[in-house]
Design a protein around this ligand. Structure first.
Ligand SMILES: Nc1ncnc2c1ncn2[C@@H]1O[C@H](COP(=O)(O)OP(=O)(O)OP(=O)(O)O)[C@@H](O)[C@H]1O
Length: 397
């Protein structure tokens, strides 16, 4: 694989959008995939944007370079500002105008589908309404079921008589930060190992971008792992290599970049995680937080479409956890993609999650946009969020 410097996430997005404009009938899947890099947004300087917002209904425009531009109505802008419609990045003819976390991106997708269908003069094939203003909120479960970054269907796993996963149906949307939250010992790490293909289920399946792991050959699973970066609890650094070589390792293994190009990518990532001056340190000379940040830089080195973070807060104090959470959000807004964070840390989950799945007793108890899950009236969720000792969750439950 060659990493073409011209093929930045933005360049790749542009390509996909161009294809989507040329072939609107395939726009839904292409745009859904495009969400993994960056997506949608306001166009132009704030004053231009305001002028554009006066147009009603919103419109989609292919400019000279076939860039897709999306103008929002005033009503949509208001929701954008209060965070309901925040989008990862806005594109101005190839330049990033603004960025922030995705919140209700599925609503945005409904709008996009409508816009594209309107642009093509046809109704979208999946029956979604073409009037973007009327698209409104669509229930999470109905949206893009086949276009989730990760899905598990009826996943079961037992160790002896100890059933850990009892039919887990998980759906992780593309392009956002998803937190898998649950009490200790509930099987979060076991789930993660199934997703990477390191553990096989007793029943059920894992689908990565629609591709079932059960039907993949070993070489396909290995290739898939290159699309998935993993940040392990302790960083999982090679103890005999310094920080620089640890981050360079996947690039040397899986790309044909020359030394200068490797250096550029490595230093870019180390700089982003605040370790640019620690290149020569060995893992045992790093603090726990530094090891995690080095692990994050390594996990991102190949620019994976999906990043899995296993308990990134383990062993960190609350302040370091908050700082690491902010770093994850920052990295996500910079690189895009789907980020999955497994944790039992409620404060971290609240800080970073766009989407949340709560695991309990081997199943997904509740899942959806983080704000909805946090407002759940489930007794278990309320107890877990509050850290209370009274409720359905006991020592062994
Ligand atoms: N390879 C294994 N063999 C036997 N039991 C295992 C194995 N891996 C995990 N388990 C058991 O599965 C259960 C769930 O473990 P897991 O590490 O997934 O929990 P978790 O939700 O990640 O917990 P925590 O938040 O404390 O890390 C535990 O009881 C653990 O002992």
């Amino acid at each position: 694989m060659t990493l073409d410097p011209d093929r930045s996430p933005l360049a790749r997005l542009r390509e996909r959008l161009e294809r989507a404009v040329r072939h609107p009938s395939s726009a839904v899947s292409r745009l859904s995939y495009a969400r993994t890099s960056v997506a949608f947004g306001l166009v132009g300087e704030p004053s231009t944007v305001t002028a554009l917002l006066d147009r009603n209904p919103p419109e989609i425009v292919a400019d000279a370079s076939a860039e897709v531009r999306i103008d929002l109505t005033r009503e949509q802008l208001a929701r954008f500002e209060v965070g309901e419609l925040a989008m990862p990045q806005a594109v101005v003819t190839g330049a990033v105008a603004a960025h922030g976390p995705v919140r209700k991106y599925l609503e945005v997708d409904a709008i996009l589908r409508g816009l594209l269908a309107a642009c093509d003069g046809r109704e979208p094939q999946d029956g979604h309404r073409s009037d973007p203003a009327a698209a409104g909120s669509i229930p999470f479960a109905e949206a893009d079921a086949d276009l989730m970054a990760i899905r598990t269907t009826g996943l079961r796993k037992a160790f002896g008589r100890n059933e850990i996963l009892a039919g887990v149906d998980l759906a992780i949307p593309e392009g956002v930060i998803s937190v898998i939250l649950g009490p200790s010992g509930t099987g979060k790490s076991v789930m993660l190992q199934h997703i990477i293909g390191l553990m096989s289920p007793d029943a059920g399946d894992v689908l990565i971008r629609g591709r079932p792991l059960s039907r993949m050959s070993r070489s396909e699973v290995l290739a898939l792992r290159r699309e998935i970066g993993v940040m392990f609890q302790d960083g999982a650094l090679f103890s005999a290599m310094n920080v620089y070589d640890n981050v360079a390792f996947p690039l040397r293994q899986h790309t044909d970049l020359n030394d200068r190009e490797v250096r550029e990518v490595v230093m870019d990532h180390l700089d982003a995680v605040g370790l640019a001056t620690a290149t020569h340190r060995m893992p045992n000379e790093l603090s726990g937080g530094m090891r995690k940040r080095a692990g994050l830089a390594r996990a991102l080195a190949l620019n994976p479409g999906i990043l899995l973070c296993d308990e990134p807060d383990s062993g960190l104090d609350p302040v370091r956890t908050a700082l690491l959470g902010d770093l994850l959000v920052e990295q996500h807004s910079q690189y895009g993609g789907t980020m999955v964070v497994v944790t039992h840390n409620v404060a971290l989950a609240k800080r970073i999650a766009d989407h949340m799945s709560v695991l309990w007793r081997g199943r997904v108890l509740e899942a959806g946009m983080a704000s909805d899950v946090l407002a759940s009236d489930s007794a278990f969720i309320q107890q877990f969020l509050a850290g209370g000792s009274v409720g359905p969750l006991g020592m062994d439950a």
